[in-house]
Write a protein that binds this ligand. Structure first.
Ligand SMILES: CC(C)(COP(=O)(O)OP(=O)(O)OC[C@H]1O[C@@H](n2cnc3c(N)ncnc32)[C@H](O)[C@@H]1OP(=O)(O)O)[C@@H](O)C(=O)NCCC(=O)NCCS
Length: 160
């Protein structure tokens, strides 16, 4: 990922998360959703920009599609990753533009990051995702890339 890719990366993130946030709104109801995410687009854009800030442990990659000889490449996906002090690699925000989903691009990105981590001597890698239906593609893509040890987690809310 080059610094000049970040604008496109944020555009991909906002397009890719639209349906996930819509599903979350449906599930939570407007009041709770708006309390937690007053502006999800700004929140996600901030998160993604911050995840794309190069640091010594950051691994930042984009997936490019080459349309043919002499034709400019298009960035269609991205993945962010870092290694915290516990030494376990952590895949962070990542997405594939909806126009390019369903072509096994994400598993290629995850395997690329895992290969780079392995080269650095990292032994384990973690990724966290949602258990809801909107995250089914993410869960499937992680499993396709070899993530097989799964600890489910549940978030409960109550209106007071
Ligand atoms: C998760 C994500 C990166 C996967 O990218 P991808 O390149 O489409 O991944 P894959 O092509 O391997 O698809 C994974 C699964 O999603 C499902 N899927 C993908 N595109 C689909 C589509 N257009 N319609 C229905 N299902 C689809 C399929 O079940 C597919 O599994 P299969 O190959 O066994 O059929 C992408 O869906 C995305 O950007 N989602 C929104 C952001 C997100 O959830 N990021 C991860 C946060 S933890």
């Amino acid at each position: 990922m080059a610094p000049s890719d970040v604008v496109r990366v944020v555009e991909i993130a906002l397009a890719a998360w639209e349906s996930i946030y819509e599903a979350r709104r449906q599930r939570m109801g407007n009041a709770l959703f708006d309390a937690i995410h007053p502006d999800w687009r700004a929140e996600k854009a901030r998160q993604v920009r911050s995840g794309c800030t190069a640091s010594s442990s950051a691994l930042l990659a984009v997936a490019e599609v080459h349309s043919g000889k002499g034709i400019a490449t298009e960035v269609v996906g991205f993945v962010t990753c870092y290694v915290p002090e516990n030494g376990i690699g952590e895949i962070g925000n990542n997405a594939v533009h909806p126009d390019w989903q369903g072509r096994s691009i994400a598993p290629v990105m995850y395997r690329h990051v895992c290969d780079r981590l392995r080269e650095r001597g990292v032994r384990f890698v973690r990724v966290q995702t949602g258990g809801d239906p909107a995250h089914a593609p993410a869960r499937r893509a992680y499993e396709k890339a070899g993530f097989g040890i799964c600890l489910p987690k549940v978030d409960y809310y109550q209106e007071l």
